[in-house]
Write a protein that binds this ligand. Structure first.
Ligand SMILES: Cc1cc2nc3c(=O)[nH]c(=O)nc-3n(C[C@H](O)[C@H](O)[C@H](O)COP(=O)(O)OP(=O)(O)OC[C@H]3O[C@@H](n4cnc5c(N)ncnc54)[C@H](O)[C@@H]3O)c2cc1C
Length: 417
């Protein structure tokens, strides 16, 4: 069995750690953050491939995974229901998945406060160096699995040309308590996975568990993601500057988003979106935003190093695949190690399987968000290649189709290797 050092202890790293640990490998996770990582993420769309990966990690899921919805609803900007689609789904959350995965992994092997600074990829193994609060420490392994996210230190050392590319729009996000919503919104929006589209913007939302994973009706919450074009340059720089004038080029921490930007966004929501969504945004205590990026690495392995999750590919969130893609990377890597042992051939087999899956995910998500990207670059609503109604229909159905399609890429098949 191999000694494996996993860099990054978020969902992707924890999936890898659990699956590899379960296969008998000697796994250590190095995570730079200290203390609770709760509050980092919000809602996560689950589907069959994610549940299969949880099973592979030895975790049995039940109704406590999240809120079950019967399908989707597209609202018009006046709040009327445009389309209903039957599509049962479970909406879980970052924190639910994090705690499930964390509890299943040996606590002494999950090292927090360890910021990996460099590594040496030698003929007999890797040596990983980390800064642990000013104290240098090192770990040795047969393989390094880099699950350190979109700005991966490991990727930047192996493949410095692979850089995130801003998509031209941001996602405003937030979670609103169920108990504060009006009866009308609770009836027409809350029970389903909701959508509303304008010529150049899009909002989606769905119910999630409330604090401490409370699924009791009345104590749940509503999670929204509102995509808005913001041209690169001055407009983006202004948005990325907090109320005290501090610029945050890598992302504004949620509690530092300027109240002026929030006030402005709320006004726009009331003007542009279905009133149900405007109400959710108005009543969300702390909306925040994230710029949307594409990232693809041409290579997923270099010597004894494998890239996984967002370190390898970032697909825009329209296909709701980020966590599942990371989980499938973990399953594929473990499958390759079962097949070839802890060898360079195993990592190459992993790359052959997961590179096409990542490329497909990035391309599909880019296509779904293309009209917002176009609006950002031209300053105009997208050219009407499809009417708003056609596009709404497409969005509602295409994301549904994707979830099924990507599931087929999940299993590790040596015939693809
Ligand atoms: C608006 C939005 C909505 C989304 N919605 C969904 C959704 O509904 N469903 C879904 O599946 N996905 C969604 N995603 C995507 C999802 O959040 C990510 O794809 C997923 O979290 C990838 O996880 P990861 O573990 O690869 O990376 P990350 O979660 O980024 O984790 C990287 C970890 O590495 C650590 N790290 C970084 N550098 C170092 C270092 N040098 N040393 C040690 N540790 C380090 C970081 O602290 C972090 O914990 C969404 C994303 C966005 C932006």
């Amino acid at each position: 069995m191999a000694r494996i050092v996993v860099v990054g202890g978020s969902l992707g790293g924890l999936f890898a750690a659990n699956v590899l640990h379960r296969d008998g490998h000697d796994v250590t996770v190095l995570e730079k953050a200290r203390g609770s990582m709760d509050g980092r993420g919000a809602g996560i769309v689950s589907h069959d491939a994610l549940e299969a990966a949880l099973g592979r990690a030895g975790l049995r899921t039940d109704a406590s995974l999240g809120v079950a919805v019967p399908g989707r609803v597209m609202l018009r900007s006046d709040g009327a229901i445009d389309t209903l689609l039957d599509m049962p789904q479970v909406l879980t959350s970052w924190s639910r998945l994090y705690h499930l995965l964390l509890a299943a992994f040996p606590a002494e092997r999950y090292v927090q406060g360890a910021m990996v600074t460099q590594f040496v990829d030698g003929p007999d193994g890797v040596e990983v160096q980390a800064d642990c609060g000013g104290v240098p420490r090192r770990w040795e392994g047969d393989l390094l699995a880099a699950s350190d996210g979109i700005r991966s230190t490991v990727r930047q050392r192996c493949f410095p040309d692979a850089q995130p590319r801003y998509a031209g729009y941001v996602a405003w996000r937030g979670v609103c308590e169920e108990s504060v919503l009006s009866q009308h919104t609770l009836e027409t929006l809350f029970p389903r996975f909701g959508f509303c589209m304008t010529d150049s913007e899009q909002i989606i939302g769905y119910p999630v568990a409330g604090p401490r994973n409370d699924l009791t009706p009345g104590r749940r919450a509503y999670n929204f993601v509102w995509y808005r074009p913001v041209p690169m340059g001055e407009a983006l720089a202004r948005l990325m500057t907090d109320a005290d004038g501090v610029h945050h080029p890598q992302g504004v921490p949620p509690n530092r988003v300027s109240w002026r930007h929030i006030a402005h966004a709320r006004q726009d929501a009331a003007r542009l979106l279905a009133p149900q969504f405007a109400e959710v945004i108005e009543k969300t205590a702390q909306p925040f935003f994230q710029p949307i990026y594409d990232l693809q690495s041409e290579r997923l392995c270099a010597g004894r190093v494998a890239l996984m999750g967002d370190a390898a590919f970032v697909a825009r969130p329209h296909i709701g695949m980020g966590v599942t893609k990371a989980a499938e990377d973990a399953v594929a890597l473990a499958g390759a190690l079962r097949e070839y042992g802890a060898t360079l051939e195993a990592l190459r087999a992993y790359e052959r399987l997961r590179r096409p899956a990542g490329q497909l995910a990035v391309a599909r998500a880019r296509w779904l968000g293309g009209y917002m990207e176009q609006a950002a670059s031209s300053g105009e609503p997208a050219a009407p290649v499809a009417s708003a109604a056609q596009r709404a229909h497409q969005t509602l159905h295409e994301t549904a189709i994707d979830l099924g399609r990507y599931g087929h890429l999940s299993a590790f098949k040596t015939t693809n290797a």
